[in-house]
Design a protein around this ligand. Structure first.
Ligand SMILES: *[C@@H]1O[C@H](CO)[C@@H](O)[C@H](O)[C@H]1NC(C)=O
Ligand SMILES: *[C@@H]1O[C@H](CO)[C@@H](O)[C@H](O)[C@H]1NC(C)=O
Length: 376
């Protein structure tokens, strides 16, 4: 009798061990041994072929889940900690590829503001950005495809808050930096600077600047692709971790940057309506590498640009979408688009870059690799 009881316990123990070991099998966690770190060649190898994702999702609608995806999703819902999207090819590639030597790359002096192009045909086009800065060939790059169906729902969420949204700056510096139109606010005191906190963020993040990515027409333009759709424009509000002294100091730190991205959708009910009156300043920076100071009397608060921060959003760990492509960004991408008129879009499409019209200044989507994307 005693023996039988023992036997039963053993079987139960075995069963428990089996269950706890099973979910780990699919993970294929890369081993971070010295060998991997010593191999400097892998980044260029990965990026030698041009991205095949380029715009193939622009027109297609959402596809139904395959049996595998459904299974993966069920696993995800029951145990988010063990979920990685089913992507056998990426798994294989990961197993054969050594991990990049991050420390060494950090130590490398940053190359002089290298010139990069958004044109895939150029020698310094998006698939060759790793030549401008090796970090652009990293594994955790942005933008990516965001799908509602494969994101992990976060149930116990802390609200995302943006304080100081209605504060007015002293002046606003508007720059055409050759790649985008950038608005940098000049605050009277540090206390006026808007602060982003909550949601996926562990500390306070201070507002630095916002800029845009847009298309030559309204079928393209946004960097992130949301449920297989590209929007005509995307705004990026860049924040840096308050633990660090400045944006420049923070951007090299793992938790240094948070970027809030919002899509724009065309509002076409009335041709004459002005939704984003601040777009009128763009005409002052048509020339590449020009700038314009918006005086106090004309300044506008962040609230006038993005309104309330009350939307569901995706969050994931990624990078800056332009060289040096630092992988220090916590992305927060809103699912609710803002509105813009075609007339206002024309103000953006009139801007000049050093090589012609500044349009289609969006980076192709990057591989997800083993990252998880959360939906808050
Ligand atoms: C979204 O779906 C595409 C195509 O099925 C896939 O390649 C991509 O990794 C998915 N993105 C996320 C964040 O899961
Ligand atoms: C819009 O731009 C895209 C990308 O450059 C191009 O493929 C497409 O033909 C354009 N569509 C229209 C309606 O002009």
């Amino acid at each position: 009798m005693q023996l039988l009881k023992w036997h039963g316990q053993l079987i139960l123990l075995n069963f428990l061990m089996f269950m706890s070991w099973r979910p780990c099998r699919g993970l294929n966690v890369p081993s971070y041994d010295a060998n991997y770190r010593a191999n400097p060649t892998r980044r260029s190898a990965v990026f030698a072929q041009p991205s095949s994702y380029y715009d193939q999702y622009a027109a297609a609608g959402p596809k139904p889940l395959t049996a595998d995806q459904r299974r993966a999703k069920l696993t995800a819902l029951s145990n988010p900690d063990f979920y990685f999207p089913a992507d056998p090819e990426a798994d294989l590639a990961e197993a054969n590829e050594p991990e990049p030597a991050l420390e060494r790359q950090r130590a490398r002096p940053a190359p002089a503001a290298g010139s990069f192009s958004y044109n895939e045909k150029d020698k310094n086009g998006p698939s060759h950005w790793y030549r401008v800065d090796v970090r652009c060939g990293g594994r955790y790059q942005s933008p990516i495809l965001l799908n509602t169906s494969s994101a992990l729902l976060v149930n116990r969420k802390r609200p995302l808050r943006l304080d100081g949204q209605t504060n007015l700056p002293q002046t606003i510096l508007l720059q055409n930096d050759g790649h985008s139109a950038k608005f940098t606010y000049n605050w009277r005191t540090g206390a006026d600077r808007p602060v982003l906190r909550g949601g996926p963020l562990k500390t306070k993040y201070l507002f630095d600047q916002f800029h845009f990515h847009w298309g030559v027409n309204s079928t393209v333009g946004s960097e992130h692709v949301y449920d297989y759709q590209r929007y005509p424009m995307e705004i990026h509000l860049v924040f840096y971790n308050g633990l660090y002294e400045s944006f420049a100091a923070a951007r090299e730190q793992v938790d240094g940057i948070a970027v809030v991205g919002l899509f724009y959708e065309i509002y076409d009910h009335s041709v004459d309506e002005q939704l984003n009156t601040w777009t009128r300043f763009l005409r002052n920076v048509v020339e590449p590498n020009s700038q314009h100071t918006i005086e106090f009397i004309d300044t506008f608060p962040l609230y006038e640009v993005i309104g309330d921060v009350e939307w569901p959003y995706f969050s994931y760990e990624g990078s800056l979408t332009t060289p040096p492509c630092l992988e220090t960004v916590t992305w927060i991408v809103a699912t609710k688009p803002l509105l813009v008129t075609e007339k206002e879009m024309k103000q953006f499409r009139r801007l000049q870059s050093p090589t012609g019209l500044m349009v289609n200044n969006y980076r192709p989507v990057q591989k997800l690799n083993h990252r998880r994307v959360f939906l808050y």
